[in-house]
Ligand binder design. Sequence first.
Ligand SMILES: [Zn+2]
Length: 110
Amino acid sequence: MNLVVFRCGQCDTVVFPARYFCPHCGVADWEAQVVEAGTIEETTAVRHRVGAQHGEAVHLATVRTTAGPRVIARLDKPMHAGDTLWLELDDAMRVLGHAARQSVPDPQIR
Ligand SMILES: [Zn+2]
């Protein structure tokens, strides 16, 4: 599934997750926008989890999406800050990040 962020129809502020009112202008006029890619800002590995005695580490990253908002994504392999990746949602609505073989657009930082 596609990851969707929300652009304010009044001031173009982009948020994720969805909010009732825009934090910038206070209007409730949202346009859904698909986001397919981003750039990693930070990473971490979760090596010990309750109920998982011998599981492999789970690699997580803070990702600046090309639309602007940051998301926490689960990576399919260890990656590094500055790496670009493709984003999608799984059936449980978790954000997944996959290594990009080709470059992705630069983030539109607001
Ligand atoms: Zn707004």
